[in-house]
Design a protein around this ligand. Structure first.
Ligand code: LLP
Length: 402
């Protein structure tokens, strides 16, 4: 958790809107997963779609972390940050031939989630190593839009299609070295993680797939977003996971590697979006605090009705009042919070939107043609510019395609 003083110092040095990340927390979260899940062959693949800030990637690379990537761009950036290809897995969906070729040629393991793509992959790269993504048939997640398992989603090969998979694998002499599933993001029930594991392990037999080196159980570890939300008991969950996997490996006849791919767990709580309030108005019953940022810079509230806790850094002890905390975009839904109780907000106050480390900057865009905020990294109490904001001139040149 970064102190109020350090956040305000960042504002002084870099202005607002501004993203600030606690690099120490990111490393701590990454490392503690190894304390929770005590499987000797555990590998944590950070899901870099959550936040691909280059300085954060370099911090994780220094920890020898692995990565879950979803586009050739992800892979190219990961290589620049120093990740070796053997620590990268590629789990895009609806891949094109050109994209597969780019990633294959870079030497990264492909995780394939449809029979159609598997057939094309076999045709183009017979004899290759491959990982297969199955749909775990378990439905869970913090919001309908981020539940990945089950019948209503586009993800993964159906468990019941395992014989069809085997036929394609045999036809092209593919070497299946890993199986994968991902249940959803912000999993509400730890039992869902265990059930998805059981479902994948049920088809991960030596008869079906004799050359497995790992099973990958995706991401989705929940973190608290509400201030009074309890943390999941990850020590217990880790023990349950290890027990289950250990029994499975005994049956399989080999100690396999176990992969997880958390994004939110590693970065969500380490990030803050700092924004300044420039307009206070009262529209009949509603007090409105208008900020110099908006949903293109932090989309989770409008996209998933997500709760992000907001702190008034400039007036923490002010009298509590209720506000709609709105952005600067020409849409009614452009609110970071609706009817939120918070210490009195005055024009000029700086607000910290918390839990802004995952899927905030990375989902950002240029709607209404404003540059994304700069990003600052804090390590050991020291601030460092991690990515500058585009100037308006640069943004306009990019928009004009020059
Ligand atoms: N592995 C796969 C295959 C995934 O699709 C994802 C996330 C992860 C791992 C990491 O999940 P996490 O540990 O971060 O929950 N934009 C949404 C979340 C979308 C997640 C997409 N896939 C949000 O802001 O809540």
């Amino acid at each position: 958790m970064l102190s109020k003083e350090l956040l305000l110092q960042a504002v002084k040095e870099y202005g607002t809107p501004l993203y600030v990340y606690d690099g120490d927390e990111v490393v701590q979260r990454y490392k503690e997963l190894y304390d929770f899940i005590k499987w000797p062959k555990l590998k944590i693949h950070y899901a870099m779609k959550a936040n691909y800030n280059f300085e954060l990637l370099k911090l994780l690379n220094a920890q020898n972390a692995s990565l879950d990537t979803v586009s050739p761009g992800d892979v190219m950036l990961a290589l620049k940050a120093g990740f070796s290809t053997d620590r990268i897995i590629y789990t895009a969906n609806n891949m094109t031939d050109a994209e597969v070729k780019m990633v294959y040629d870079m030497g990264v393991l492909m995780n394939i989630g449809s029979l159609s793509r598997l057939e094309k992959f076999g045709r183009d790269y017979p004899g290759s190593d491959v990982c297969l993504r199955f749909n775990p048939d378990v439905v869970d997640g913090a919001h309908a839009k981020i539940m990945t398992g089950g019948d209503l989603t586009k993800f993964g090969i159906l468990l019941k299609d395992v014989d069809k998979v085997k036929a394609i694998v045999a036809k092209y002499n593919l070497n299946v070295i890993g199986l994968h599933e991902h249940t959803g993001s912000g999993l509400q029930h730890t039992e869902s993680v265990l059930q998805s594991m059981r479902n994948l392990m049920a088809i991960a037999t030596p008869e079906n797939f004799p050359n497995l080196r790992f099973l990958d159980f995706g991401g989705g570890f929940k973190v608290p977003y509400q201030p009074d939300e309890e943390r999941v008991d990850y020590v217990k969950m880790g023990n349950d996971i290890t027990e289950l996997f250990s029994a499975y490996c005994k049956k399989y006849g080999k100690e396999l590697e176990m992969y997880f791919e958390p994004g939110k767990y590693i970065v969500a709580e380490a990030g803050y979006l700092l924004t300044e309030v420039n307009t206070i108005k009262v529209n009949n019953s509603r007090a409105i605090a208008g900020c110099n940022s908006g949903f293109p810079q932090l989309i989770r509230p409008i996209m998933y009705d997500a709760y992000h806790h907001i702190v008034n850094l400039s007036n923490p002890d002010g009298e509590l009042n209720v506000y709609d905390i709105c952005g600067n975009i020409c849409e009614t839904g452009d609110r970071f919070a609706e009817q939120r109780e918070i210490p009195e907000i005055r024009e000029g106050d700086v607000l910290a939107i918390e839990n802004a480390g995952a899927y905030c900057y990375s989902m950002g865009g240029y709607y209404n043609l404003r540059p994304m905020p700069a990003e600052v990294l804090a390590v050991g109490g020291k601030l460092k510019l991690a990515r500058k904001a585009l100037s308006y001139e640069e943004l306009i040149a990019q928009t004009m395609g020059v």
